[in-house]
Design a protein around this ligand. Sequence first.
Ligand SMILES: C[S@@+](CC[C@H](N)C(=O)[O-])C[C@H]1O[C@@H](n2cnc3c(N)ncnc32)[C@H](O)[C@@H]1O
Length: 593
Amino acid sequence: MKKARVLLKPSLLSRATTVFSSLSPSRLLSHQMETNPSSDSSRYCYDPVLRWDPQVEDYFNKAYGPDHFSRISKALTRPSSYSCIRVNTVKTTSDAVIEKLTKILNESEDGLKLLQSDGSSSPISKCQIPGLEYVVFVHGSGPHRIEYGSGLEGPPKEVLVSRKCAEAVLRGAQVYVPGVLACTAHVEKGDAVAVCVAMEQPGDDEGDWSVNMTRGTTLQGLPSDPFYCERRGLYIGMGTTMLSRAGMFRVPHGVAVDLSNRVFRLPSFHNVLEGEIFLQNLPSIVAAHALDPQKGERILDMCAAPGGKTTAIAILMNDEGVIVAADRSHNKVLDVQKLSAEMGLRCITTCKLDALKSVCLPNALSDSTTLVNGENIGSVTNHLSSNEEMASGRSEAEKSPEVNASTEQPSGGDDVSEAEIRKNKGRLKNGRGRTQSQGGRAGKSQGFPPNSFDRVLLDAPCSALGLRPRLFAGLESVISLRNHGRYQRKMLDQAVQLVRIGGILVYSTCTINPSENEAVVRYALDKYKFLSLAPQHPRIGGPGLVGRCEFSDGYVEEWLKPGEEEMVQKFDPSSELDTIGFFIAKFSVGPKD
Ligand SMILES: C[S@@+](CC[C@H](N)C(=O)[O-])C[C@H]1O[C@@H](n2cnc3c(N)ncnc32)[C@H](O)[C@@H]1O
């Protein structure tokens, strides 16, 4: 087995000093206590410091103020203190779900720990926010102080896991075999081990970070071990090995460590009450409410996978109307289909579509062929109507007056022949457009005509710098953060065209980065004078950032203007709501010139 390389070469020390400059004084002091590891309580604890690119840190310090950004940065390293569960009200009720979850918790060891941690009161409660009573919270606990070395003369045996594995474990997952990178020598099945995290370290080139460790490395529990210093304060729990050391690096999957004593205790509801509940962050649920979808409407979800918001919207519409759930990735579209089928939602139609090419120009499509959910619907003589039908999953003849009333009919829609309508009617009766019957194929779309949706959700791909827990953030530079914003503006340019006059456009991201939030809103309002910010219900997030930021390279980024900040919702991970970082803007679409 190859030996792990020592990571911090002398030439890198100056950079490493910058990287570690934000270490707390107690952690700096504990660097000097390597001689007696087992008594070093500041080593065997969970006290991570999130690493940022220095220029990004500087930018966020300017945007939020250093104290506030330091609180945000700390909050990002912890999981939210509760799991948020959206109940599928098409299938069940929150009371029924609470009853079932209580039973599940009472019957599991982890669940019992949660019940005990909170005295006599139940860790399960209904959300008190008006309109969100179908959301259920299961409260966890932590951070807990864990005695890693109690009763031991030397340091505890250790299992070192990847950062991604650790982030999942902090959310309640088990320690699975593929996440294990290194382990102490002579570990047998049933041994007590401390689990710690291998964090990315700076590489030779600027902005280059890697773990740089061979999987299967043997740890000696000595300061000469790879990652010895870097593991300080990165211990996430104590557990029992389910495999010997050799087994951990031989078998391809399975649980490596049963982590019974965790820094954070959060119930894992993986595969529980499938179809009846969906684990979803609170701001994502609020984003679906901000769209305010109405029964019978036609909605486009431009970046839909895995379908969390799509299904939330479908439930708000009581599964009546049409939601086109699009995503660039074929496999991810299949995930949306699977989720919709599990939840028993029939109003969702899926398609593979690049959001940057969502708008089709009628003259470019006269002889094109359109696939819907994997089925060829033939040459499109009138693309407008065919796309409309694709979105609706039914022909014009089948539409209820309610749909027609709430939908602006694009001109030329009645050019479709009677024969075409009859043909499609028959096909649709057999279920075309129903996600459940697709058998693992995602239909391609060539885009939609302008003004063809009542509402559009653009839940844009983003830097995800609001997701929690996050243990590392060094990969984003100010340039990459700006580039995310550019990509999102291009998507927004498409979204704006697809919403009908009088319709609604919701833009959301799961990042704290103003370049992807306030700056995108500024762009939209300045470029499209027919857009205006609309009030959101419920509004539980905080205000957006007002002002601008001037960068050292001369680039100026404009954010919100006074008066606009209360119209958006910015979810701050360090606030009392204890959510992920998230941003929602809702636009009304006025007459377009
Ligand atoms: C933030 S996630 C969406 C989460 C989803 N709305 C939900 O609530 O479950 C962003 C999605 O955008 C998709 N995506 C990225 N670039 C895209 C593009 N150019 N066109 C369409 N989808 C894209 C990704 O595949 C990813 O699934």
